[in-house]
Design a protein around this ligand. Structure first.
Ligand SMILES: *[C@@H]1O[C@H](CO)[C@@H](O)[C@H](O)[C@H]1NC(C)=O
Ligand SMILES: *[C@@H]1O[C@H](CO)[C@@H](O)[C@H](O)[C@H]1NC(C)=O
Ligand SMILES: *[C@@H]1O[C@H](CO)[C@@H](O)[C@H](O)[C@H]1NC(C)=O
Ligand SMILES: *[C@@H]1O[C@H](CO)[C@@H](O)[C@H](O)[C@H]1NC(C)=O
Ligand SMILES: *[C@@H]1O[C@H](CO)[C@@H](O)[C@H](O)[C@H]1NC(C)=O
Ligand SMILES: *[C@@H]1O[C@H](CO)[C@@H](O)[C@H](O)[C@H]1NC(C)=O
Length: 496
């Protein structure tokens, strides 16, 4: 197991981070937490205290912990009561220090009060959750202490992955859960168990914030991004963004779990996601050439992911608008069927349209210099206006499209793979290098004449130009590009 460059991190901070899962670090409600042996079996949350009892192999298994605000919002925790499970959420200190029993008849839980949202969650979600939690507890119960659990589960990953009833793997359950649109992600308890049963296999990449490993979990490949504890904020941020309610989309990297492994002196921060063995778009384009149809498929899938990120969905099951802020070919993954998934959301910003609050950028000039929009390079961006960040993403998208289109093989001719501005700036350009080229000389990547002879390439060229306007507001929106490309696919009859 890799333990490079890890610094100590105060235990409580780490634990809080884990337990809050989402919200800011403020002290909140104190609850009993049966798995929190490092904090005297208590935890703190901005959300609710949670207690649940479920029938497992004829015995009642109890769990108590904190519930993050996000989990509460996902509405799958507080209300999964039926005749084999019963759950209570409550909102005063240690209110989950109660003995909860399964009633003989189908229960309701009014005597505990404060169970505000008696929303009927779709039954499949409850059943799935139950099954997942059941597995977690079977695992813990079987091997006693947490430490032993960890070791044993790693030794026997496959048996722990199977849910006894129909042999479904947790992975299938996650998939079912996420495609049923239940929202944010798995409960932290489950995430932690997953993280601790992943077997790390090989280093597949190094990024700004740490290493990416291929791991095995339930017999399937997963990607494990390991942050060093000095990048705790990035880890927390990325996990938080991935767990935004309703973020799931086939063109956004599928998040599985976040975990911090803390033994008191060392902390390792993990982020587990789907694994795509074709690697990044950057590697893919450098390795292969593509057909026009292949280009359309890549381009449309990228913008579909971006449009979903950018889109605000209003309502209780809504999603905030999110800007990526570091879009580039290295941060886009290519899936098995040659469509893309946008990854690396560690720099993303969310927008709350009700309060008009943009939730961070102390420093707007983050991201990769080569892909920075002109208004970021010359620092003229209006950071109080969320749309500005979306417009900056669109500029970067145009550059990614340029990288893609050049690798299109038309009439046997294809350009070698290059990064945007390869001919104008050094290999690791400074902000100043980029500013001179992009803002002062107003140069943009070259759009070759031969693209004019092919409808799809012609349209792509036009889109790129409209992504590269110096004035951010004049650029196309992701949704507009998505519509244009979808329509083109229909007209040109590309098989996607
Ligand atoms: C742990 O909690 C118990 C009661 O819940 C308390 O008596 C004890 O002092 C606590 N220990 C520490 C180290 O906080
Ligand atoms: C639980 O409820 C189902 C129907 O909702 C019923 O068929 C089953 O017998 C019940 N199980 C127990 C243990 O009461
Ligand atoms: C929980 O309740 C038990 C018995 O009612 C008590 O001994 C214990 O101190 C309580 N724990 C906390 C953390 O309040
Ligand atoms: C924590 O883990 C690190 C690295 O694996 C190890 O060097 C250290 O001794 C461990 N500390 C404790 C208290 O177990
Ligand atoms: C493409 O891959 C080759 C071999 O790994 C590498 O030398 C080259 O720098 C890559 N091209 C770009 C533009 O990064
Ligand atoms: C690619 O695969 C995903 C499922 O993995 C599927 O939903 C999607 O429709 C496929 N896209 C194309 C263009 O084949």
């Amino acid at each position: 197991m890799p333990t490079t460059g890890l610094l100590p991190l105060p235990r409580t901070t780490a634990l809080l981070l884990l337990l809050l899962g989402t919200a800011t670090l403020c002290t909140g409600l104190k609850c009993v937490c049966l798995m929190c042996e490092t904090t005297n079996f208590t935890c703190e949350t901005e959300g609710a205290c949670w207690v649940s009892v479920m029938l497992t192999n004829g015995k009642e298994l109890v769990s108590k912990s904190c519930l993050s605000v996000m989990d509460m919002k996902a509405q799958v925790y507080c209300h999964s009561s039926n005749n084999i499970t019963r759950t209570v959420c409550c909102f005063t200190d240690f209110c989950n220090n109660i003995t909860l029993r399964l009633p003989p008849a189908p229960p309701n839980t009014p005597q505990f009060g404060h169970v505000e949202l008696t929303v009927i969650v779709t039954i499949p979600i409850c059943v799935l959750l139950l099954a997942i939690i059941l597995t977690v507890y079977t695992c813990q119960r079987r091997y006693g202490t947490y430490r032993r659990t960890k070791r044993q589960c790693i030794e026997e990953p496959l048996t722990e992955c199977n849910i006894d009833s129909d042999g479904k793997c947790l992975k299938d359950l996650i998939y079912d859960m996420t495609t049923s649109g239940s929202g944010s992600g798995l409960p932290l308890l489950v995430q932690r168990t997953i993280a601790r049963t992943v077997i790390i296999q090989e280093l597949v990449g190094k990024g700004r914030f740490g290493e990416v490993w291929r791991g095995k979990w339930c017999g399937e490949d997963v990607a494990v991004k390991i942050f060093s504890s000095r990048d705790e904020r990035s880890w927390f941020r990325e996990a938080e963004i991935y767990q935004t309610v309703m973020l799931r989309h086939e063109n956004i990297l599928g998040f599985i779990a976040a975990d911090n492994k803390d033994n008191g002196t060392w902390t390792q921060l993990w982020l587990i996601s789907e694994y795509h063995d074709q690697g990044s778009l950057y590697d893919y384009l450098n390795r292969t050439t593509i057909t026009i149809g292949g280009m359309m498929k890549l381009a449309l899938s990228i913008v579909s992911g971006l449009a979903h990120l950018h889109m605000e969905i209003v309502g209780t099951r809504g999603k905030p608008a999110i800007a990526h802020r570091d879009l580039k070919s290295k941060n886009i993954l290519v899936k098995k069927n040659d469509t893309c998934a946008i990854a690396d959301l560690g720099l993303a910003v969310k927008h709350d349209s009700v309060t008009n609050n943009i939730d961070i950028p102390q420093n707007p000039r983050v991201g990769t210099k080569r892909y920075m929009a002109p208004e970021l390079l010359d620092d003229s961006i209006n950071t109080h206006h969320f749309e500005s960040f979306k417009c900056a993403d669109i500029y970067s998208l145009g550059l990614v499209y340029w990288e893609v289109a050049r690798r299109c093989s038309v009439g046997g001719v294809v350009d070698e793979y290059q990064l945007p501005y390869y001919d104008l700036v050094p290999s690791d350009p400074s902000l100043e290098d980029m500013r001179k080229v992009v803002c002062e000389q107003k140069l943009r990547p070259n759009i070759p004449n031969q693209w004019q002879s092919f409808e799809a390439l012609r349209v792509m060229g036009r889109i790129m130009r409209e992504c590269w306007y110096a004035n951010g507001k004049a650029r196309l929106t992701a949704l507009r590009i998505k519509k244009t490309l979808s329509q083109l696919c229909v007209e040109e009859d590309f098989k996607l």
